[in-house]
Design a protein around this ligand. Sequence first.
Ligand SMILES: Nc1ncnc2c1ncn2[C@@H]1O[C@H](COP(=O)(O)OP(=O)(O)OP(=O)(O)O)[C@@H](O)[C@H]1O
Ligand SMILES: [Mg+2]
Length: 452
Amino acid sequence: MRISVVLIDDESVIRKATRQWLNLAGMDVDDFSNAQDALAKLNANTNAVIVSDIKMPGMDGMEFARRCNLIDSDLPVLLVTAHGDIRMAVAAIRGGVYDFIEKPVEPELLVDRIQRAWEKRQLVLENRKLKRIVDHGASLEHRIIGRSKTMMYLRQQILMLAETPVDVVIKGATGTGKELVAGSLHEGSKRADKPFVAVNCGAIPESLFESELFGHEKGAFTSAGGKRIGKLEHAQGGTLFLDEVESMPLNFQVKLLRVLQERKLERLGSNQQIDLDLWIIAATKVDLRDAADRGEFREDLYYRFNVAEITLPDLTEHQSDIPLLFDYFAGKAAAQFEREYLPPSDEDIAALMSYPWPGNVRELKNIAERYILGIGHHRTINALLGKETAPQPVDADSLSDRTQQYERELIVQSLRRHHGNIQAVMNDLELPRRTLNNKMLQYDLKRRDFVE
Ligand SMILES: Nc1ncnc2c1ncn2[C@@H]1O[C@H](COP(=O)(O)OP(=O)(O)OP(=O)(O)O)[C@@H](O)[C@H]1O
Ligand SMILES: [Mg+2]
């Protein structure tokens, strides 16, 4: 990798000369005539050695170095000082500045110092990266649950992509964890402290796409009203999550592609361009390749997004994770709702394993929560999974016993459906409040057992 240098000097002659020396030594140089402009380009991930003059109008080199230190105390700054100014040099080193070099600057000495500072910077960044991977790996284990091969592979893919953030498409059926994975990618990346902005393309009316995503100036179109910052701008420096990307209107796809390629955004009604820096993560329930073949998704946009692809399996494809996932969600729900957690019986587990899970992990999570909330109620998982919709009279012989059992079951189901909302149950069963109260008393049903 070529060494990168950020050079700041207000005198253009010196700047040009220094730049030439460094270029000859095989270095890339980004030069600035003042410290403010340079500061705007620096961040904690900057991989460059900074070389700055001290005496400059506006912000001087000392102040600049202090600001660099605030951005990242490990940013290597080399200050060029006038001959013999020891006092200043001492203060600079105390203030955390990496190094200083005396004028007149010897080209070879400068190159040598930059090289050493660069090597040190590489070590710092490499260590940070390793630490990030280890931390992220540990937190992923707690966020994305599952010991099946597919889940292990998924966590590996996330770790890798978070480090090399190329645009990603996450494909999977409902409830398989697309949003969870997108969030985890962002959290593990260098953009973690920048915004993660989710846009549900399926929920935006076609006519509003442009203003929602690009934003608009006051009065840009008839109904525009005040100025609006679009989602792309909100996500600046961070991650834009385009959920249900298959529902993005074709004519908008063209516009988005152009903005992403040029990496420049103009709000509607404005001709001021904003430099965009975004990581795009898209999610889809359909096969975008097929959608592109059918002409329902733009091929060029498909290639732009689909640099990497993550496919999430249906829950039934990693069935072995079901008990673990159930335990994870039930444990969390028990803590959240302050309920006791009685682990599921063997029959319960068997029921969980044989259920087809059309709603995938989200459905499993719901069932686990309801299991916890209903635990004082002798609910079996089978009942929760809707296999026992019809009441099963066991030891009720008389018609009246059976009728009562059936009645009780209907009230229980309605209470469950409406999470203990009495008014809703009254409407549902067309019962006056007093009758419902009496029946609940009679059947020993308590509203609070159904509230979530
Ligand atoms: N492997 C997993 N470990 C822990 N939680 C998971 C896992 N997979 C999914 N979840 C949880 O399941 C729920 C559904 O996941 P998510 O919302 O990410 O699904 P989705 O694919 O975006 O669904 P949809 O297409 O319906 O929007 C979330 O609460 C999520 O945290
Ligand atoms: Mg989702």
